[in-house]
Design a protein around this ligand. Sequence first.
Ligand SMILES: *Cc1c(COP(=O)(O)O)cnc(C)c1O
Length: 362
Amino acid sequence: MKTILLNPGPVTLSRRVREAMSRPDLCHREPEFGALQDGLRRKLLDVYALDPADWAAVLLTGSGTAAVEAMLTSLVPADGRLLIVENGVYGERMTHIARSYGIAHERVTAPWSDAIDLSAVERALGDGDFTHVAVVHHETTTGRLNDIAALSKLAAAHGARLLLDSVSGFGAETLDFDGWHLDGCAAAANKCLHGVPGSAFVLVRRAAPAAAPSRTVYLDLHAYLAQQDRRATPFTQSVQTFYALDEALDEFFEEGGRRGRQALFRHRMTRIREALLALGVEPLLPDAESSCVLQSFRLPPGHDYEAVHDRLKQDGFIVYAGQGGLSGRVFRISAMGDITEEDLARLLDAFSTLFRTVGRRD
Ligand SMILES: *Cc1c(COP(=O)(O)O)cnc(C)c1O
């Protein structure tokens, strides 16, 4: 039986994306690689119709965290100050990165199940001289879609630019690069774009100032940008995952691009949410505050996570645990990947069997 991944990346691959990895062997110093890289960089800008005069896609080999780490280390200048807005694991990871590199920063925290704390952000921005605000777009810890429009207005009023971790939003959620005053947006191949884990990228505003001297050798975005603009690369790239991303992007545009993907995920998520609700399994967050990509559901009494996971795995579906304080309380389901309507119907059947006694009061 084929296994369907409902964890937040890597995703179930389509056959054509998997097969793209067996395109011909290619040296990263050959012109064919330059052409592949150029094509990818153009297609990534096309996802949100970004103007290549103002924006550049910088391709990296690594998982999404590499892109976030490259963005924070390369785009906060040496004398810059960063305000990190947290409400989950990935916000906390940005603080961990800032601390590791000695980037001057402060944090505004909210409980994981809550929205970002905009009034605390406003107070912090008034007190400190921040050049940048970093935040997670879709906080995958809970499935919450953070209110970046509201945050960006506060940041702009204080002259700070936004650095966005949209690793689990890019390609499906709405993103307003110019309206939100972004300097950078970090994302990865293996989430909403349905590529293979191993390549990640940062969309960089070309006018964004560089951190000089650079804090890192391997993750220096400006070094990559300069070389990639010349169709070159500073280091060996993961050629096969680039092939896969190239194919995944072709498939993405053929299927209606960003809006098509958002509609597809919404459709799947609505069916999952409604089926679970009908069985008495409650979502953690209101639908209006949730992403289209992933949602969290409360484990019903009498169902521990391991049992839910193992039972669904037997049926061919991989769901995901809650993290930290949410572990043992929720399970998470993502709508990403090459999933058919038939797979979805089988998943809903598996839920019915697993949770058939939840709503019953006896
Ligand atoms: C997946 C993800 C990342 C990257 O995590 P990796 O373990 O490096 O793949 C970063 N931020 C968010 C919000 C994510 O969902």
